[in-house]
Design a binder for this molecule. Sequence first.
Ligand SMILES: [Zn+2]
Length: 414
Amino acid sequence: MREHGSDTTSPSGAVSGRGARASGLRRANLAAVLRHVHLHGGTSRSDLTSAIGLNRSTIGALVGELVDLGLVDEVGGTASSGPGRPSPVVHPRPRGAQVLAIELAADAASVATVGIGGAILERATVPHDPGKDAPGDLVADLAEAARPLLTALPAGKLLSVGAAVVGVTRRSDGFVHLAPNLGWRDVPLADLLRTALAPHLARPVPVHVANEADLGALAEHSRGAGRGVDHLVFVSGEIGIGVGAISDGRPLLGAAGYAGEAGHTLIDPNGLRCGCGARGCWETAAGQTALLREAGLDPHASGEVAIPEFLARARAGDPSALAAAATVGRWLGIGVGNLVNLLNPSLVVLGGLYRQTFSLIEDAMREGLATRVLDPPGELLRVVPSTLGGSAPLVGAAELAFGDLLSDPGLHGG
Ligand SMILES: [Zn+2]
């Protein structure tokens, strides 16, 4: 308990202390309770008391407030709550607050409604043709796919929209400067989404847009393989390579959100021309196009079709597929080694293509990594596949959209 003494902030974000303004303190503590339940699911009041570091009656009052806001439910008690009264279990109430999450990858796009607590309520996918679809057309298709999902929500309950896009994206206004694998340049994506979704919404809601790999890193840190890890790098393979980093528990975004374009760092001066215009970028050696080309498959085929085909061939022992896995795995490991020397993560999470092919590329990836990484950062390092499946950026987009509510639950219900 921290009812006395100077202002303190616990690891959970709970704030207490005489100096803090009462309303700010209450808001921060309410946020800490909601955030814990949102990320950990059903939690007994007694476990909340120890996790948040506030006393039992304060937790009781905060939970009561969240129940009144419709954001959590309290159910019965637990058998494990020891002698005395059983401790009620606090659950997130998915239908109490929902966001629309959008993922815009290079050759597929999806929309999902997600409830507080992170449950995906409904999901729809929108196929598209990379480099050919105009941004406005693709956004219109996304809005059309979202329409039945939004109609199914209780009126006015959509809180916010979060979108993950494979491009260099300015966080402040959701402006996509450059997305080579979508063929986009200077696309005001947040504005386009706001306009296209407006007819399907009872009231205007905020629209947040961020880079797909940054949101994948956020998702892994919040709910995936990197839960509880404060220094992690997420590396996602598809046509390009996306990188997002969490440093000291916080997203590493750079001045405007452009950090992490490691797919466009040099790995081979004599390499192939990249979609960004430069030569020898990491993604030309270790992205999906390279893998398919090396395996003798159509390098420009949709990943949804071509990757299962690649996996089937590799598992059947096809020499070209196995050689492709070894080549791409090695280039992947070399690039990961560069990142590890630069950022000193304790965990690298591999997503997208690298999650799907992990068992095939792992040995070559570790060999490539060993050629680059220095001993001290290498000794601290684990490299694992994503546990969130292909949905890490979509999960991260939902987390981005929930950000305002999780900072100030009192905003809800307005
Ligand atoms: Zn490039």
